[in-house]
Design a protein around this ligand. Structure first.
Ligand SMILES: *Cc1c(COP(=O)(O)O)cnc(C)c1O
Length: 390
């Protein structure tokens, strides 16, 4: 399959636009399904990272189901990820949402024993009334993680995410089918290995009584240096040591769509900064279209550009909203890009289209795909999309 960067006529593309590369998505999915096959784990798509349901028919061929953060993601799974398992976790559930989920979700993971005591029986009764069964899970906090940014650390000191072992009654294993933790972010399997030690130390008694466990997301499985054999052996080993376990789940988000798409934006104007750098004003907005660049924060790679100082000309890539900090940072180029040129931001398929917003009335970028043969725009947005949210 050809790379679209070689083949796409950028002058024909309306920007800004997200382009999903189906070939790259599929190669990620193939690796994930190989992990599932070799380890015996079931792998779910964490939809919060990637919800482009136009691609779900492809995703569905390789993954067992989806993980949702609440009712709307779960409904998307029900509509477009047909026959996949629907798992949901929320730090707390409003009653109305929970009762609706009880009608179609397969697994509801609670964040406290208190919510389980309040709702598990009611949820099971609603599902039972419809002739279906539903599994009750509990997210626990292994009180160990290797995430250094507090904003992204589910195990920071006063984290609300997951129950600590000391909060649980000795009856907890009778109340649940599944034990869940999520304590990783963009990490390799050696981190998982160390977390599993803590998870077992604290929850071994419960693990040996439930039918299922879920090792959460944050596994950067499709990254080049990820140690896949270690992950496979950790999962197999866990199955061997807990013969009570029917299923071990992994629910990666980012790894599913890693490097599976780009963001295209055109230079609208070139100005000079006080220190002589060029400022390129693009037809996008960083906080609207790539909010993680500011929130994480991180500097995305741009095709043909180096880090500041690496090449002849340092340029600030700036957006067109009113926010003073609407910028992706300083990049260097061999030649200053001209007005009309299209810049290609890499690795823009995950945590992007799910996070865009219309601050300043900014238009949302086109959603398009590259399917190996051609470029297709799936969705184009306009004034009505801005208006309908207000
Ligand atoms: C965010 C999240 C995931 C997915 O994490 P990635 O880093 O995208 O793999 C999975 N499970 C839970 C509970 C999450 O909060």
């Amino acid at each position: 399959m050809k790379s679209f960067l070689e083949d796409l006529d950028l002058s024909e593309v309306r920007t800004p636009a997200f382009v999903l590369e189906l070939g790259k998505l599929e190669s990620n999915l193939k690796l994930l399904s190989r992990v599932a096959e070799e380890s015996g784990a079931k792998i779910l798509l964490a939809q919060k990272a990637f919800s482009e349901y136009s691609a779900y028919p492809l995703v569905k061929k390789y993954l067992a189901g989806t993980a949702s953060s609440g009712i709307n993601e779960a409904k998307l799974a029900k509509e477009f990820f047909l026959e996949g398992e629907i798992h949901v976790f929320s730090p707390a559930y409003p009653e109305s949402e929970l009762f609706e989920l009880a009608e179609f979700a397969d697994s509801i993971v609670f964040n406290s024993e208190g919510q389980i005591d309040l709702y598990a029986e009611k949820v099971k009764k609603i599902a039972g009334g419809l002739g279906r069964s539903i599994e009750i899970g509990l997210r626990v906090n292994p009180e160990y993680s290797e995430v250094t940014t507090e904003l992204y650390d589910p195990c920071s000191k006063n984290s609300r995410l997951g129950a600590r072992a000391s909060e649980l009654s000795d009856k907890i294993s009778e109340k649940i089918d599944l034990l869940h933790f999520h304590a990783m972010c963009e990490q390799n399997s050696d981190t998982l290995e160390r977390i599993l030690v803590r998870f077992e130390e604290r929850f071994g008694g419960v693990i040996s009584k439930v039918r299922k466990v879920n090792f959460g997301g944050g596994h950067h499985i499709t990254r080049g240096d990820y140690d896949v054999p270690l992950l496979v052996s950790l999962v197999k080993n866990f199955y061997e040591r807990y013969s009570n376990l029917e299923t071990i789940y992994l629910e990666p988000g980012e790894a599913v769509a890693l490097n599976a798409g780009v963001f295209l934006s055109r230079v609208l104007d070139v100005k000079s900064a006080a220190d002589g750098k060029k400022i390129l004003i693009l037809d996008c907005s960083v906080p609207c279209h790539m909010p993680d660049v500011i929130e994480m924060p991180y500097t995305p790679e741009v095709v043909g550009a180096g880090k500041a100082g690496e090449r002849n000309f340092d340029c600030i890539l700036a957006g067109r909203s009113c926010l003073a900090g609407d910028s992706a940072g300083v990049y260097s180029f061999d030649k200053v890009p001209e007005v009309g040129e299209v810049l290609i931001f890499k690795d823009m398929a995950h945590y992007t289209t799910v996070k865009t917003n219309t601050f300043n009335g900014m238009n949302l970028p086109d959603l398009s795909v590259w399917d190996g043969k051609g470029y297709r725009v799936l969705k184009r947005f306009g004034y009505e999309d801005f208006k309908s949210r207000l």
